[in-house]
Ligand binder design. Structure first.
Ligand code: NDP
Length: 310
């Protein structure tokens, strides 16, 4: 059995609870593993469900969770979801709502839409179920290490009671406002990440055309004020090596940038860089492919400039 790293949790209502997790993808698998480890330490249970059911059975065998039906999931105290978009969460709420327990809490860790969160919270509240939007940043490695950034929208008291569970996979867990706020912050986080990735690719492509040696150029940029998470952690490791290891799908990043654009349009904010980034990432998704790693978006910049960043 693999034992993921974890955070010590404060004594809380999370003891001896039944938690459930919907969606065992790249993120959901290690996040549910952390919850299962916590449940084992507190006498609780972690139920897991995945559309492709074999993944739930494999999760149970590896991490000590319990593969469950949707009917069983509906009886849990806390239901987590981590699915591609808010649309898949809506569909599962449709299926589970009649069976959910009043007093339960639904925590959606999908990178979703704030407007969808508000509608979901209202539907659940009518059935006596609280809702938190709690998207995450830090990738599968952050989930395994228990160091994810978790940005939470929802009622302060509900958040306070669920913090120990969020701390099982989170290193920085903060409430950022009412329902929908977590999704709003996550969309900004990811559009910034996309902007930084595309802009460092543009800069390097122009340097290559000027005859500059990209290896040392990147090293000095990373020691200077133009560096970013993307320039420091993605370019040499994934782009220069042409590895593009699959961790976070390009289609999901394009979706997140689209949510950021939708959000700024809703409040009539002026955000031309967010608009440009959302359009470029959508173009990259169409030209390169949705299911490839997001770092492959740089191939669009390479194609536009007729160079390879290596
Ligand atoms: P994956 O593509 O790895 O996994 C998607 C999961 O959703 C799988 O469990 C899949 O089931 C399930 N799923 C897909 N469609 C449906 C459906 N119609 N009904 C039910 N289940 C469905 O995604 P990630 O884990 O990478 O991402 C999940 C969320 O987390 C996304 O919102 C993403 O933006 C966000 N995120 C991702 C990060 C990353 O680094 N990967 C980092 C931070 C946030 P099945 O196994 O059957 O295909």
């Amino acid at each position: 059995m693999t034992t993921p790293a974890t955070h010590a949790s404060a004594p809380s209502e999370s003891a001896a609870q039944t938690t459930a997790f919907l969606g065992l993808g790249a993120m959901g698998t290690p996040m549910a593993a952390q919850l299962a480890r916590h449940a084992q330490a507190t006498g609780g249970r972690t139920l897991v469900w995945n559309r492709t059911s074999g993944k739930a059975e494999a999760h149970a065998a590896e991490y000590g969770s319990t593969a469950a039906t949707l009917e069983q999931i509906a009886g849990a105290d806390v239901v987590f979801s981590c699915l591609p978009t808010s649309a898949e969460v809506d569909a599962l709420i449709d299926q589970l709502l009649p069976g959910l327990r009043p007093g339960a809490v639904w925590i959606d860790c999908t990178s979703g839409r704030p407007a969808a969160a508000r509608a979901q919270a209202a539907r659940l509240e009518a059935a006596g179920v609280a809702f938190l939007d709690a998207p995450v940043s830090g990738g599968p490695a952050g989930a395994k290490a228990g160091t994810l950034a978790v940005m939470v929208g929802g009622d302060e008291a509900v958040f306070g009671r669920q913090e120990p569970l969020l701390n099982t996979f989170g290193g920085t867990v903060l409430r950022v406002g009412p329902v929908g706020s977590g999704f709003a912050v996550k969309a900004v986080n990811n559009v910034l990440m996309g902007l930084h990735l595309l802009s460092v690719a543009e800069g390097l492509a122009s340097l290559k055309k000027q005859g500059v040696d990209l290896g040392p150029a990147l090293t000095v940029l990373n020691a200077g004020s133009g560096s970013s998470f993307s320039s420091q952690n993605k370019v040499a490791q994934q782009v220069f090596t042409r590895q593009f290891a699959p961790m976070f799908k390009l289609g999901l990043l394009a979706k997140d940038a689209g949510i950021a654009l939708e959000n700024v349009q809703e409040v009539q904010a002026s955000a031309p860089l967010i608009a440009q980034t959302a359009m470029l990432l959508r173009a990259a998704q169409m030209a390169i492919g949705s299911d490839l790693d997001h770092t492959e978006a740089v191939r669009l910049i390479e194609q536009l400039n007729g160079v390879e960043l290596s």
